[in-house]
Design a protein around this ligand. Structure first.
Ligand code: GDP
Ligand code: IMO
Ligand code: MG
Length: 428
């Protein structure tokens, strides 16, 4: 089996961590290919709950090798905090491999992320404040600092000085902050060298050699399709390529090696931060979804905005990612509604759109066209096969599958590994 890609099909927090963890036992490598510690994945294994940010969710599967790919932006202080916390709980991180080409989040980019958001005021993006955007901007601007720069002190100093030459003007003159002393940044980064060195590799070479040997590689996306810098609801997006195309550039694996593209979608929709969201509910139903689904951010603790399932978005995710399989999560959260609206199209200024409108202006004005499906009241958290579900829950899933543009491989009925109904195998 060659490489598999797993991405978010909506605006993030679909349950990618749980899905990756479930596949972790059957794959040889799990590779994080984009984003950084803006991600937050909660994985529940029996009585243990783990919150992962920078580490690939495969870290919890002892048989597989977790890899941080070149497309990731790495905050070294967060990396080692996360490793130390996991190791204190008995999870070994010694197999972790880090790409020499991954970019580092320097402290000045954390600062710039936060002050830029404050400066934007009402026009803010609602970022996680982790320095993600400024670090990717530096990468594209060719003034970024990479993992490999840690091993050449002279180069590291030159690069930090070059970046701060311009940034200090911005910090002082635009944002009214103190200038950052380059040497302090250099010394902080150098303090990690000894711990970083043994985990660094040419991860593109490592992964391609593994694929040549017939091993299985799972490429795990952070964020999601509608947060992708190209295909998402720009500018209310993250700064990386969170769609399947990003899996190739973010790992150094060619597209011909990818066999399956899995998108994870919730049985309803959530979003954190600012930006358009056609099915958003600002009423008691929205409150109930948030309460039933525990929809509070793993990274920032912010309440997530909640709304009904949007099949237009699912079809869009199927198209831009080339989805072969959907993983549907959190069906249990919908228990208790008499009828459940599902968005099948949009209406914009009297015109019907069955696909995503071409312009953001139209998307901002999109009103959902709902189809109403029958709900159920039975507790489904103990279901283990599709047949265990009430007939109306089965019909809800079947209707969603028909609207979404690719078959459903599994259905989540609770956060635990066991609370999953497998409809068709993803591996083997
Ligand atoms: P990710 O960022 O895509 O990995 O998703 P998050 O971990 O941020 O958010 C998903 C949340 O839903 C986590 O708390 C999971 O434990 C939980 N979860 C995942 N699948 C299910 C499910 O099928 N039912 C319920 N009730 N919770 C789930
Ligand atoms: P996971 O991997 C949900 C959102 C932020 C903000 C926008 C830009 O857990 O699904 P950034 O800090 O990336 O520059 O913020 O993107 N965002 C996420 N929303 N889940 C995530 O990750 C997110 N990562 C970033 O809320 O709106
Ligand atoms: Mg999350």
């Amino acid at each position: 089996m060659p490489a598999l890609v797993l991405v978010g099909g909506q605006w993030g927090d679909e349950g990618k961590g749980k899905a990756t963890d479930q596949l972790g036992g059957s794959v040889d490598y799990v590779v994080k290919f984009n984003g950084g510690n803006n991600a937050g994945h909660t994985v529940v294994i029996g009585d243990d709950t783990y919150a992962l940010h920078l580490l690939p969710s495969g870290i919890l599967s002892p048989g597989c090798t977790p890899v941080i790919g070149n497309g990731v932006v790495v905050d070294l202080s967060v990396l080692f905090e996360e490793i130390d916390a996991l190791e204190a709980r008995g999870v070994s991180c010694e197999k972790l491999v880090l790409s020499a080409d991954a970019h580092l989040i320097a402290s000045y980019n954390r600062t710039l992320d936060k002050v830029a958001e404050r400066f934007l005021g009402k026009r803010k993006i609602g970022t996680t404040g982790r320095g993600i955007g400024p670090t990717y901007a530096d990468k594209m601007n060719r003034i970024g600092i990479r993992v490999q720069d840690l091993f050449d002190e002279g180069i590291l100093r030159q690069k930090v000085e070059a970046a701060l030459d311009m940034k200090n003007h911005v910090l002082v003159k635009v944002y009214n902050r103190k200038a950052v002393e380059p040497e302090l940044v250099v010394q902080e980064l150098l303090s990690y060298v000894d711990r970083v060195r043994p985990m660094v590799a040419d991860t593109s070479l490592l992964l391609n050699q593994a694929l040549d040997r017939g091993e299985t590689v799972l490429l795990e996306g952070g964020q999601a399709t509608l947060l992708d810098v190209d295909h998402g609801t720009y500018p209310f997006v993250t700064s990386s390529s969170a769609t399947a195309g990003g899996a190739c550039t973010g790992s150094g694996i060619g597209p011909r090696r990818v066999d399956k593209v899995i998108a994870v979608v919730k049985a309803y929709t959530t979003r954190v931060g600012e930006g358009p969201f056609p099915t958003e509910l600002l009423d008691a139903d929205g409150e109930a979804l948030r309460a039933n689904g525990h929809e509070f951010g793993t990274t920032t603790g912010r309440p997530r905005r909640c709304g009904w399932y949007d099949a237009v978005i699912a079809r869009y995710a199927a198209r831009v990612n080339g989805v072969t399989d959907f993983v549907l999560t959190k069906l249990d959260v919908l228990t208790g509604w008499e009828r459940i609206p599902v968005c099948v199209a949009y209406e914009v200024d009297g015109q019907r759109f069955d696909e995503m409108p071409m312009s953001q202006t139209d998307f901002h004005h999109a009103k959902p066209v709902y189809q109403y499906l029958d709900g159920w009241t039975e507790d489904i958290t103990g279901a283990r096969t599709f047949d265990d579900l009430p007939k109306t829950a089965q019909a809800y899933v079947t209707a969603l599958e028909q609207m979404s543009g690719a078959p459903f491989a599994s259905i989540g009925v609770g956060p635990d590994r066991e609370q999953t109904l497998e409809l068709r195998p993803l591996i083997g």
